[in-house]
Design a protein around this ligand. Structure first.
Ligand code: ZN
Length: 302
């Protein structure tokens, strides 16, 4: 691209999980203060992020909970009206590992219906709440025509085909050691693309203070975070001709000025490089499928 032969695809992935995040994962279900932080995410965080993306002409992929779509329809319509891609992210940010297959299916169907009612098209992307895939998730997604998931972490700057049925053995000290001394084993390839997630390209752990978490952080400057993300980007740009760079952000924290200013500086830095483009996760997945057909065994990292 642009004469450099490079194709470095950046995608911002805001999670529109407003109040659902505090109900489903952040222990805020009994706290009016925590719930109000979720309301802030919709009321102020979403419009501020949309303004930033519009100013740069960037299309992004939003992972939305059905709960946020139904609680804050005006904000959801603003996201859709700006032409961003919509992926599904649970109804109330439920932990997939805690749900039965039926519950997980109901949550997916309801959230996909909430999205389709506004966008008119079925979503093709999935971001698991808690970034956990249950043993049923891959099959439930495939049955519903989902093209890609973005939750797991075995790679960081290249997509891959997911596997179903990886297995490993937990230690049980009440048993003889030979019972647990068994290797991790890969499962079978599934026709679902994984766009890796990363705790190190997620604004939540460094910038979100969570009262219910004993080790919660949330107290670093935008400049410190910018240094970490920019170093990752510079390394990727130096080492790869083709790579993806997915960044997860939450309007709860990314809607605060110190993170918004960081995002601005980061986008300026990225766009100053030849061969860098801002894409949606759907575009990332489609480009990956062209480069690495299912079953080809090609390593996209080269
Ligand atoms: Zn989330």
């Amino acid at each position: 691209m642009a004469g450099t032969g490079k194709d470095i695809q950046v995608c911002f992935n805001p999670h529109f999980d407003a109040v659902a995040l505090w109900l489903g994962s952040f222990g805020g279900e009994d706290s009016p203060c925590d719930i109000s932080r979720g309301v802030f995410a919709a009321k102020r965080g979403v419009p501020r992020l949309l303004e930033l993306f519009k100013r740069y002409g960037i299309k992004t992929t939003w992972g939305v909970t059905g709960h946020s779509v139904e609680s804050f329809p005006k904000q959801f319509e603003m996201i859709v009206a700006d032409g961003h891609e919509i992926g599904v992210h649970g109804y109330t940010h439920e932990n997939p590992l805690a749900m039965t297959r039926e519950q997980e299916a109901d949550v997916l169907d309801k959230t996909m219906a909430c999205v389709k009612a506004v966008t008119g098209t079925a979503p093709v992307g999935y971001m698991a709440p808690w970034w956990e895939l249950s043993p049923n998730t891959i099959d439930l997604l495939l049955e519903r025509g989902i093209l890609y998931d973005s939750s797991l972490m075995e790679d960081d700057f290249h997509p891959h085909w997911l596997r179903r049925g990886d297995s490993w053995t937990k230690i049980d000290y009440s048993r003889p050691a030979k019972d647990w001394m068994k290797p991790w084993l890969p499962g079978e390839d599934a026709k679902l693309i994984e766009i890796p997630a990363s705790w190190y390209l997620d604004d939540a752990p460094p910038t979100m203070f969570v009262k219910a978490f004993p080790n919660s952080h949330g107290w670093i400057t935008g400049r410190e975070l910018e240094e970490i993300w920019r170093d990752q980007f510079d390394w990727v740009y130096r080492h790869h001709d083709y790579a993806i760079f997915p960044c997860t952000i939450h309007p709860d924290s990314a809607g605060k000025p110190h993170v918004l200013m960081m995002l601005e500086r980061l986008i300026d830095h990225m766009l100053a490089h030849d061969g860098v483009r801002m894409v949606t996760m759907k575009e990332m997945a489609e480009e990956f499928a062209r480069r690495v057909p299912f079953g080809s065994g090609i390593d996209p990292a080269g």
